[in-house]
Design a protein around this ligand. Structure first.
Ligand code: FPP
Length: 261
């Protein structure tokens, strides 16, 4: 994706001491970064606030992550917003999150237009409240022609459910004679995942220090580099993002092969 260098320099001026834009190689930024945005609740509790305030603060961090990704020229940013397991949270928190997703999306549409960002969703949206589904559809329709970065929101997403669904779709295609069993391969399965058409993430960032995948993109993360930071999601800034990219660029990616081959 093309980078506007002046805009980029302005965006990353005023650097903290330990990291600056010059610490990253702009010719080697990851194409797809994915984020498990964790720690909203703890951020709020540490301030004596309701957990919902943590999610509201998380929206600001997410807006900054989208802008940072666009400025750095990423092809795709994906974020884990709500898992298939998150329905187990108190009803009040679930309702707040569903409402927040819808209102945020409407509110951020001008940003997506301005930055030429195309929206997509990962997950089973049919279980969401109708009002949320309608707003999501509006977001899809209004950004369908955008040619810049893809922003993928994982909502009611679970990786095992996604893979089981892909297997079911393959079985249906075989049963209907559209596919022979020997055509069931990695590409055929990947084409039936929610992420079809997107490159696998190069870099996965997880905030709040937890060292687990939480049923997120199990298939797609096979060769992804992980970056875990203790920073809680609402505190995650463009500088934390830059630190993650710098760490990524210091890795040697072998994809199961040998260095330099
Ligand atoms: C994890 O923090 C965060 C979530 C489950 C929700 C993510 C939602 C946002 C960042 C709000 C904005 C998102 C959109 C798409 C508008 P947690 O509640 O699990 O925190 P904890 O581990 O400290 O309890």
């Amino acid at each position: 994706m093309r980078i506007d260098t002046d805009q980029l320099r302005a965006y990353f001026s005023d650097a903290p001491e330990d990291i600056a834009l010059d610490d990253v190689d702009l010719g080697r930024v990851p194409a797809h970064v994915s984020i498990i945005m964790d720690g909203n609740g703890r951020w709020a509790e540490a301030r004596g606030l309701d957990r919902s305030q943590g999610h509201v603060a998380g929206v600001d961090a997410l807006r900054e992550a989208v802008t940072t990704s666009v400025r750095l020229g990423l092809d795709a940013l994906s974020v884990y917003a709500f898992s298939t397991e998150n329905w187990r949270r108190p009803q009040r928190e679930v309702n707040l999150l569903m409402h927040l997703f819808a209102t945020t999306l409407v509110h951020e549409l001008p940003l997506f237009h301005q930055e030429n960002v195309r929206l997509r969703f990962l997950g089973d949206l049919t279980a969401l409240p109708e009002a949320t589904q309608e707003v999501f559809q509006q977001g899809l329709d209004e950004t369908a022609d955008h040619t810049g970065m893809t922003f993928a929101l994982a909502v009611n997403y679970g990786s095992r459910a996604e893979i089981a669904r892909a297997a079911r779709l393959l079985a249906e295609d075989v049963a209907a004679g559209r596919l022979t069993p020997d055509q069931v391969n990695e590409d055929a399965l990947a084409a039936r995942l929610y992420t079809t058409g997107m490159p696998d993430p190069d870099l996965l960032i997880r905030t709040s220090g937890e060292l687990r995948l939480s049923n997120y993109l199990l298939w797609q993360l096979a060769y992804t580099e992980f970056y875990v930071t203790p920073t809680l999601w609402p505190d995650f800034t463009r500088w934390d993002f830059l630190r993650a990219i710098a760490s990524f660029q210091g890795r040697s990616r072998r994809f199961g092969g040998v260095v330099g081959k």
